[in-house]
Design a protein around this ligand. Structure first.
Ligand SMILES: Nc1ncnc2c1ncn2[C@@H]1O[C@H](COP(=O)(O)OP(=O)(O)OP(=O)(O)O)[C@@H](O)[C@H]1O
Ligand SMILES: [Mg+2]
Length: 417
């Protein structure tokens, strides 16, 4: 089919089912692609009237408005999309930002709310956003939540208890575990629990080839965090600081400087870190520089394991929200997906949605996502955490003298049964 034919088919489908926002959103995208900006804008605006937080429609509307010469309207849409789904770079998938928001009735109201809320001070490095999810949006993982509550949130919320028990507010938290299992997601939810801004920095954004620049980058990051407090400052891939020197272009000496700068910032040596909560994440905790894990620094560690049954069900529900589906046996799907990560599950939903979209286009009517399509998608996916588990097993077996990997060892043992 040519694009024009697909556009026609979608328009017909919408005549039959005008409230299908997923299809209308897709139509708007195709219209932008075909250079029909005014029409695209009209369709995207219709979607936004019903779903003001639809990221895909916001991105499309931004592109269409810009192309149609409506610069300020375009900027408004883009700002909103960034606020709701920081860093998704304009893809139209459903990310963690698009739920659990207090959703106003119209796009106009939403825009107003955004303009009125206190502006964030944009940092040069990393991404700053307002946290919109809380731990209740994280499915399952009861253990992790309890640990976070005890070690982090309760002391944060109860200053008197802190004093009585002599617990300090200093120090941070390292989330570790296999890829795609919710570390970033949980960090963002912690920021939401604390009512804090969420400032996410990839360590690779910090490291710079030129000696001295990495240190300057780090200190400007901590400055930005302090200017936006209360703030959860989240360092992803923290292991990049401790990786075997030969893996890096930078050379050992330069890296040492960065670690030292990080330690100084964490210790609050030169300034006051009140209201800045440092979290970090790593898939390779065995590579994390041990100086970073000493008391007062990232001294609490929480293992985030692959999603349990509850969590898998939550992830599936989350990723099918707002999409047309027939009635789905979520529990059954969750049972059939042991060993998949959150990211794997998201991918399965994406594939099922594509299959349904294809069927809709072929039949020129809206076909909801079916149980069968989901089951098929789920079956086609190879668990992405197998390799990680292999590596982790070695550390649990041969590198666990300190007991640091006890929890992991217990998990591996449970799995084998
Ligand atoms: N317990 C959960 N409840 C709801 N959604 C989840 C859960 N765990 C994972 N997800 C979903 O899976 C996606 C991937 O998780 P996330 O990006 O947080 O993984 P990660 O551990 O940070 O991975 P990486 O190590 O690759 O950075 C999330 O965006 C979220 O949609
Ligand atoms: Mg992550």
């Amino acid at each position: 089919m040519t694009t024009d034919a697909v556009i026609e088919a979608l328009r017909n489908a919408l005549l039959a089912d005008p409230s299908n926002h997923a299809v209308r959103s897709h139509l708007a995208e195709l219209l932008v692609g075909a250079g029909r900006d005014e029409e695209a804008l009209e369709e995207a605006a219709k979607v936004l009237a019903a779903e003001p937080d639809n990221i895909g429609a916001l991105r499309t509307a931004a592109t269409a408005a810009a192309a149609a010469g409506q610069a300020s309207r375009a900027a408004g849409y883009a700002r909103l999309a960034d606020a709701l789904a920081p860093g998704d770079g304009g893809e139209s998938h459903h990310g963690p930002g698009d739920f659990a928001m207090v959703v106003p009735d119209t796009a106009e109201e939403l825009l107003e709310g955004w303009v009125e809320s206190e502006a964030l001070v944009e940092p040069e490095i990393g991404r700053l956003s307002q946290a919109t999810i809380t731990l209740s949006g994280v499915g399952g993982l009861a253990d992790v939540k309890r640990r976070l509550e005890l070690s982090f949130l309760a002391p944060m919320r109860n200053p008197e208890l802190r004093v009585q028990f002599g617990k300090s507010l200093r120090g941070g938290l390292l989330l570790w575990g296999p890829p795609g299992c919710g570390k970033t997601f949980i960090a963002r939810a912690l920021a939401g629990e604390l009512g804090a801004n969420f400032y996410e920095v990839g360590l690779s954004d910090v490291l710079d080839m030129y000696v001295g620049n990495s240190e300057r980058n780090l200190s400007s990051i901590f400055d930005a965090a302090r200017r936006n407090r209360p703030c959860v400052l989240f360092f992803d891939e923290i292991d990049a600081l401790g990786q075997k020197r030969s893996h890096l272009r930078h050379g050992g000496a330069a890296l040492r400087g960065v670690v030292n700068q990080m330690l100084a910032e964490l210790d609050g040596a030169s300034s006051d870190n009140e209201g800045v909560f440092v979290l970090a994440a790593s898939n390779h905790p065995w590579d994390v520089d041990s100086a970073l894990l000493r008391p007062g620094r990232l001294d609490r560690t929480v293992l985030v394991l692959p999603p349990d049954l509850e969590a898998r069900e939550a992830v599936l529900r989350l990723h099918l929200r707002g999409r047309p589906t027939e009635s789905i046996d979520f529990r059954g799907l969750a049972k059939a997906t042991d060993g998949l990560s959150g990211a794997d599950l998201a991918l399965a939903c994406e594939q099922a949605a594509e299959a349904a979209m294809e069927a809709s286009i072929e039949s020129a009517t809206v076909r909801p996502i079916t149980q069968h399509q989901l089951a098929q998608a789920v079956r086609s996916i190879r668990p992405s955490i197998g390799e990680w588990l292999e590596t982790a097993k070695n550390y649990a077996m041969y590198g666990n003298d300190s007991g640091a990997y006890d929890e992991l060892a217990a998990y591996l043992k449970r799995r084998r049964r």
